[in-house]
Ligand binder design. Structure first.
Ligand SMILES: *[C@@H]1O[C@H](CO)[C@@H](O)[C@H](O)[C@H]1NC(C)=O
Length: 438
């Protein structure tokens, strides 16, 4: 009698367990509800990846441990969240984002876009289509990680991308505290990108490469990495502590402007944002993905054509394409020259940047006059006005361009990473380095 009772009890308990949410508070995955959805998604400037799932779905059960692993690995860099679409209260959110299958992963970038109908500011997510193992998820999210890091240059003439700035301009606003990282790494680390976003509008965050000898000398920097802050009240202060996220954040917090009330934007208990209507955007700017496209879109164009080409990584892609569309729309037509617009992914541009000796900082813009074998990169601050002026000069033939030799080849797309157990393990054990490397 007694054993039977225990058996029945266990069976019921197991059934309940099957419908339980996948993620508990001790995981690094945030469980989303109608109450916290607005603040978690809208009131952050970091990238947020949201998994929409149903506990009974087999693919979701397979994804859960990978999602947790990726969340732990990316803690403090990118937020990973989940919505259980089986929970009655969450059904509104899942309907709003037109979730049709489980799991669906959507990425919310920081850019706010105006809903055309309501005029409200909202975030329009994109779908994550990549493999669903922890390593692929981590790699893909890091490649889309937002950054406000500015590359600080001594010479005005080295300011060649949207992200670069002369030291003079970087220091110009005397009331704004600044952080400067002196580094010998070729690219910005995820940790520094995350810090630049954490302190958005409260501190200018810059990076100085070791090769910027004049700036290195100016600040007496002798080893890399070195982080300093330049405070309006305390002067220049060098960071001496342990190079990890927590102590760096504490240090920067001490000198940054006080935080503004973020909740004013949406309100803590605001309902989820209005449904993002799928906008059918005209594809005005051509992606150049291989040599054939490069030939048909630019190199084989008629003699009076000048190609205007942007190079961008994932992180700035939408922004860059928006800028190009605006340039295209506002272009002043000239008699002589026809402008063709295109863009190349930074992963596929290394041959071209080598041949033309372009900057490795992205996004950047250059022009090619294929029939005359001339090119010129854009140098200057990345405002629509300045870019428009430059293009006006280009189309009236009033700029000096340089000759180039050789082919302008598009590199092959990097192969998608195979999901292998071994590599995943490595990622799982690499938590600290990814997060704490400056
Ligand atoms: C300097 O930065 C502060 C803080 O971001 C800002 O409020 C102020 O308008 C800036 N001043 C100038 C001259 O840009």
């Amino acid at each position: 009698m007694k054993t039977q009772f225990v058996g029945a009890f266990l069976a019921v308990w197991a059934n309940l367990a099957l419908t339980q949410a996948f993620y508990s508070p001790k995981d690094d995955v945030l469980n989303l509800t109608p109450q916290n959805f607005g603040p978690a998604i809208l009131d952050t400037d970091q990238l947020v990846a949201v998994e929409f799932y149903a506990p009974w779905c087999g693919h979701c059960q397979k994804l859960a441990p990978e999602w947790k692993k990726a969340a732990t690995n990316l803690k403090g860099l990118v937020s990973l969240a989940a919505v259980d679409c089986d929970v009655e209260a969450n059904k509104g959110i899942c309907a709003m984002y037109e979730i049709k299958g489980f799991p669906t992963i959507k990425l919310f970038s920081p850019e706010l876009r105006k809903n055309k109908k309501t005029g409200e500011l909202t975030k329009v997510p994109t779908d994550y289509q990549g493999p669903r193992d922890a390593k692929s998820i981590v790699d893909s999210l890091l490649s889309s990680q937002p950054s406000n890091v500015q590359f600080v240059k001594w010479n005005e003439k080295d300011v060649k991308s949207k992200k670069s700035i002369s030291l003079e301009n970087f220091l110009e606003n005397e009331t704004l505290p600044k952080a400067l990282l002196f580094t010998n790494k070729p690219s910005t680390t995820p940790l520094y990108k995350a810090l630049s976003v954490d302190f958005k509008n409260r501190m200018a965050v810059g990076e100085v490469k070791q090769s910027e000898k004049n700036i290195v000398a100016e600040y007496g920097v002798e080893s890399f990495p070195t982080l300093i802050v330049i405070s309006p009240t305390e002067g220049t202060v060098k960071f001496e502590g342990k190079l990890n996220r927590d102590s760096l954040k504490k240090f920067m917090e001490k000198y940054a402007l006080p935080p503004t009330d973020k909740n004013a934007k949406t309100g803590k208990s605001s309902p989820p944002p209005p449904a993002p209507k799928k906008e059918v955007k005209k594809k005005v700017v051509q992606a150049i993905e291989d040599d054939t496209m490069m030939a048909s879109h630019c190199l084989n164009a008629p003699g009076n054509t000048v190609c205007v080409i942007a190079i961008t990584g994932d992180e700035d892609k939408q922004d860059t394409l928006d800028t190009l569309s605006i340039l295209k729309d506002t272009e002043k037509k000239s008699e002589g020259i026809d402008l063709q617009y295109g863009w190349i992914h930074a992963d596929q541009a290394s041959d071209i940047t080598n041949t033309l000796q372009l900057s490795q900082d992205y996004p950047s813009i250059f022009i090619i006059h294929p029939s005359k074998q001339l090119y010129k990169n854009y140098v200057g601050s990345w405002s629509e006005k300045n870019l428009q002026q430059w293009l006006a000069q280009v189309s009236s033939g009033r700029i000096n361009a340089w000759g180039y030799q050789g082919d302008l080849k598009i590199n092959e797309k990097p192969a998608p990473v195979e999901a292998e157990e071994e590599i995943e393990e490595e990622v799982a054990h690499k938590n600290e380095p990814v997060r704490d490397e400056l």
